[in-house]
Design a protein around this ligand. Structure first.
Ligand code: FES
Length: 104
């Protein structure tokens, strides 16, 4: 699999979340509790964008703004059914967040 660089870590830490273009899709990058998370910016329910999703610190989840489906930050697993957000593996290198491309 291939890794690709995205946003500078300092910017993500400052802005807390960032949308990064990836081919025909977008990636939602989050800085939360000293960790980076990366998801496809598309809810698995009806495809709504997640940049305005709500973080729940106690539950460690992300809630879609349209119908409030909630997803685990670490795995993307939905808390209501078997669906899941597409999660990208991340790493930090050269002051940037890198994400691992599926099938690359
Ligand atoms: S589109 Fe996200 S919960 Fe319905």
């Amino acid at each position: 699999m291939d890794w690709t660089p995205t946003v500078r870590l300092s910017r993500l830490q400052r802005e807390q979340r960032c949308i990064w273009p990836l081919g025909d899709n977008e990636v939602l990058l989050l800085w939360y509790a000293e960790s980076v998370y990366a998801f496809e910016n598309r809810c698995p329910h009806q495809g709504f964008a997640l940049e305005n999703s709500v973080l729940d610190a106690a539950e460690h989840s992300l809630s879609c703004p349209l119908h409030q489906w909630r997803f685990r930050l670490g795995t993307g697993q939905c808390l209501h059914n078997q669906s899941a957000l597409k999660v990208y593996e991340t790493r930090l290198q050269d002051q940037r967040v890198w994400i691992r491309l599926p099938g690359g």
